[in-house]
Write a protein that binds this ligand. Structure first.
Ligand code: HEC
Ligand code: HEC
Ligand code: HEC
Ligand code: HEC
Ligand code: HEC
Length: 176
């Protein structure tokens, strides 16, 4: 091999490596992308892992209704009238209550209107929240501590799980 082809060859390998790294980098960036920013930087880790609060303490509809629901600010103030009132994030909760302006949480999981998902049947069947939502307290899965969607939960995903569990798969099970 002469010197010129050696240089060309090395250049080609370097270029291929860079393309490869770029593709891997994009895939990595997608995986690491955090969920949407919320009006209040609510940490699931603190409340669930450190304080040991149950998911249903806040998401009260989950065992009995279609919607899991996000708690009204009054429920947060149960503690935060005294806890960390110096924090700017907690100030937002106090202002929201004072001004009677509900916090406009950004929805992370949202099905189209023609799909009728129900939480309670799935919970009654014994599925854990993490089966569909991942671990909301795991910072590796939820970069910056923001909840993000980690499972497809599209029609293919729903129907597959229904098949595997002998649950109904007629169109009108999920479509109204
Ligand atoms: C102290 C109250 C509280 C507790 C306890 C709590 N959450 Fe939340 N959760 C919230 C609030 C507030 C939001 C909206 C802001 C956000 O997304 O972080 C939320 C959002 C979510 C979302 C995203 C909702 C959407 O828009 O799609 C999921 C999923 C979720 N929580 C699951 C859980 C699970 C699972 C647990 C238990 C391991 C849990 N939460 C415990 C208050 C709580
Ligand atoms: C079988 C899958 C599945 C399981 C199990 C599940 N969820 Fe969900 N969750 C969903 C889907 C799908 C949506 C979006 C629903 C929609 O847009 O109508 C959702 C939406 C939510 C939301 C935001 C909208 C709402 O319903 O208030 C919260 C909060 C939530 N889930 C919390 C929980 C918690 C807490 C648990 C466990 C106690 C849980 N989920 C278990 C699939 C699941
Ligand atoms: C059972 C009591 C309790 C409830 C209910 C509660 N929290 Fe908390 N929260 C705490 C404690 C304790 C901390 C940790 C305070 C510290 O770091 O010293 C905390 C921390 C926080 C922080 C971080 C503050 C900061 O700047 O470090 C935010 C934001 C927050 N809570 C929001 C909420 C929201 C929103 C709700 C209602 C959905 C809620 N909390 C419900 C007890 C509670
Ligand atoms: C982890 C598995 C799993 C996933 C994922 C799942 N389901 Fe289910 N679903 C079930 C099982 C099992 C049942 C039957 C529960 C029972 O027998 O009470 C069920 C029941 C239902 C029911 C009530 C049916 C009835 O007639 O009682 C609806 C509606 C439903 N699922 C919609 C959905 C939708 C929409 C999705 C996707 C967004 C979804 N499911 C994702 C396992 C799953
Ligand atoms: C287990 C739940 C489930 C069953 C059963 C189900 N679907 Fe769906 N379907 C969904 C969900 C969730 C979506 C929305 C997410 C998506 O587009 O994948 C959807 C979306 C659709 C859409 C819109 C697609 C688009 O591109 O917007 C059509 C059309 C549809 N379903 C038809 C059907 C028909 C026909 C059947 C019966 C053969 C059926 N579905 C059975 C859950 C279900």
């Amino acid at each position: 091999m002469n010197r010129r082809s050696l240089i060309l060859g090395t250049g080609l390998i370097a270029a291929l490596l860079l393309v490869g790294l770029g593709v891997a980098g994009l895939a990595f960036a997608g995986q690491m992308a955090p969920g949407p920013a919320q009006p209040v930087n609510f940490p699931h880790t603190v409340h669930v892992s450190a304080l040991g609060m149950e998911c249903r303490f806040c998401h009260r509809g989950v065992d009995t209704e279609a919607q899991a629901t996000i708690p009204p600010v009054e429920q947060c103030l149960f503690c935060h009238v005294v806890v960390r009132t110096d924090s700017p994030e907690i100030q937002k909760l106090l202002n929201s209550y004072r001004n009677n302006e509900p916090i406009d949480w950004v929805r992370v999981h949202r099905q189209p209107d023609h799909v009728g998902f129900v939480h309670w049947t799935h919970i009654a069947k014994g599925f854990d929240c993490a089966t569909c939502h991942g671990d909301v307290t795991n910072i590796d899965q939820m970069p910056l501590g923001r909840v993000k969607q980690v499972r497809a939960l599209g029609m293919g995903d729903c129907v597959n799980c229904h098949r595997e569990n002998n649950a109904p798969t007629d169109c009108w099970t999920c479509h109204k």
